[in-house]
Design a protein around this ligand. Structure first.
Ligand code: NAD
Length: 484
């Protein structure tokens, strides 16, 4: 199977290769086959991409929001028209089943392009009347060259969630996908060009962390938006701080999901499945600490195990498959290591726990019961299909334990008591909270983390704040009084 792109990078409106860059081998996670061979960007290409983005900025920013938005909305339509082909690329690159990628990746990217394309014409400032006839106004100006750096779990979505608001606001972007999933961002760049985006406004560079690091510290860069792990976020935030660059940090989590005994248990089990096993558990906001009220714990676990019989593990390109492999051998080994630790530290393996007996990097959906707060599997982000069930007895206790983590990306509560639902949501210290649902992320809604899980928000009107800065203009209408 091959998915070789025309070249590794897309700079200034064209594909470009430089064989001098270190090789990147793109692997199909379901079989271990090589899909494509690419190269990391050399310093010369990093410079070329940033120079193109810098040059293209003023003309792009000078277009009206309506004109910019029209291009983004056209790109959204093209992505929808091409959804199947884009989904197949995403499935090959990530191993996620086509059943998922057809509805959650290019479609979500298209939503962002459509939403921010629609908003572009409304981005405006304010006016203030002041004493003596003076007045002031603000404009919302683009920041300039923005760098986007992506994780490997939702490559198309991440490219679009960063590009759409950045471009709508009149910025330009150099985007570096994860070295594990380099393919789809290239096609996004091509589609944007075909939709009418001027050359240089959106560029894609491949590379590992070193390429990312060289982008973050370049003096031409005004803003960095990273989706990645907390340790990478700390490095990128610190490097960006040196030049006082704007940042958005979408980082990892260890989110709680609380199931009260009065909840609709089937709905709660569905939430736990969505929040632990979708994308084989490789979702940042997953509710991996599932706190279940002790009186309904056995019933919950029984229903969960019953539902796990519905897992169809197999060829991700077969639309009947609903459960795919880990993105890479390295990620599979990390997940298997955590499962071993869970067993060693005394948790009870209630389901799964092994590498699947087939080609590729498949790990069985895994459920631990009897998990306590001090266990490694309850404290660290695993980023794989490992659900921990923790027991609790009272609301106060579970809120305290749910919040007792350095992370704060997401949190969920399942209950049929409306007052309790809102009380618990108010008490959560997390950026995105769910009542009787889990992991939905429509573009209308701000998404992002608190505490160590991030800075800033993606999607919604909130993203406009993160891709513009206000300029204030004071207008004196009368005499200027001076002391001498
Ligand atoms: P990662 O932190 O290893 O890498 C993320 C990106 O950063 C990659 O493109 C990588 O090349 C780049 N990078 C690494 N070191 C860098 C450096 N020093 N300077 C600049 N760039 C550097 O993360 P990953 O393994 O690709 O993705 C999984 C992580 O991403 C998980 O922790 C997950 O929770 C998180 N994530 C968060 C969100 C969110 O929206 N909050 C979404 C998806 C994934």
């Amino acid at each position: 199977m091959r998915a070789q792109p025309k070249a590794s990078h897309f700079i200034d409106g064209a594909y470009i290769e430089d064989d001098a860059g270190a090789p990147i081998t793109c692997i199909y996670p379901a079989t271990g086959e090589t899909l494509a061979e690419l190269h990391e960007a050399t310093p010369a290409l990093v410079d070329k991409a940033l120079a193109a983005a810098k040059r293209a900025g003023p003309e792009w920013a000078a277009l009206s929001g309506t004109e910019r938005g029209r291009i983004l909305r056209r790109a959204a339509d093209m992505m929808r028209d091409e959804n199947r082909a884009l989904s197949e690329i995403e499935t090959l690159d990530t191993g996620k089943p086509l059943q998922e990628t057809l509805v959650a990746d290019a479609t979500s990217g298209a939503d962002a392009l459509e939403y921010f394309g629609g908003l572009a014409a409304t981005i405006a400032g304010e006016t203030f009347r002041l004493p003596g006839g003076d007045w002031a106004y603000t404009t919302r100006d683009p920041l300039g060259v923005c760098v986007g750096i992506g994780a490997w779990n939702y490559p198309t979505q991440i490219a679009c969630w960063k590009a759409a608001p950045a471009l709508a606001c009149g910025n330009t972007m150099v985007f570096k996908p994860s070295e594990t999933t380099p393919l789809s961002a290239l096609r996004v760049a091509e589609i944007l060009k075909e939709a009418g985006l001027p050359d240089g406004v959106f560029n894609v560079l491949q590379g590992r962390g070193g390429v990312g690091a060289s982008l973050v510290t370049d003096p031409r860069v005004a803003k960095v938006s990273l989706t990645g792990s907390v340790p990478t976020g700390q490095k990128v935030y610190a490097a960006a701080a040196e030049g006082l660059r704007h940042v958005t940090m979408e980082l990892g989590g260890k989110s709680p999901m609380i199931v009260f005994a009065d909840a609709d248990l089937d709905r709660a089990v569905s939430g736990a499945i969505l929040g632990n096993f979708y994308s084989s558990g490789q979702v940042c906001s997953n509710g991996t600490r599932v706190f279940v009220e002790r009186t309904c714990r056995d019933a919950f676990v029984d229903r969960l195990r019953e539902r796990l019989k519905g897992v169809v593990m197999g060829d991700p390109l077969d639309e009947a498959t609903n459960y795919g492999p880990m993105v890479s051998e390295a990620q599979m080994n990390i997940v298997l290591g955590y499962i071993e630790k869970g067993v060693a530290e005394g948790a009870t393996l209630a389901h799964g726990g092994r590498r699947a007996n087939r080609d590729g990097f498949f790990v069985e959906p895994t459920v631990f019961t009897g998990v306590t707060d001090d266990m490694t599997i309850a404290k660290e982000e695993i980023f794989g299909p490992v659900l921990s069930v923790l027991d609790f007895d009272s609301e106060d206790e579970v809120i305290r334990r749910a919040n007792d983590t350095p992370f704060g990306l997401a949190a969920g509560v399942f209950t049929d008591d409306i007052r309790r639902a809102h009380r618990v949501a108010a008490a959560f210290r997390a950026g995105t909270c769910y009542i009787n649902h889990y992991n939905a992320a429509p573009v209308e809604m701000p998404f992002g983390g608190s505490k160590m899980s991030g800075v800033g928000r993606e999607n919604s009107l909130a993203a406009i704040e993160h891709y513009t800065e206000r300029k204030t203009v004071y207008v004196g209408m009368g005499d200027v009084e001076a002391p001498f």
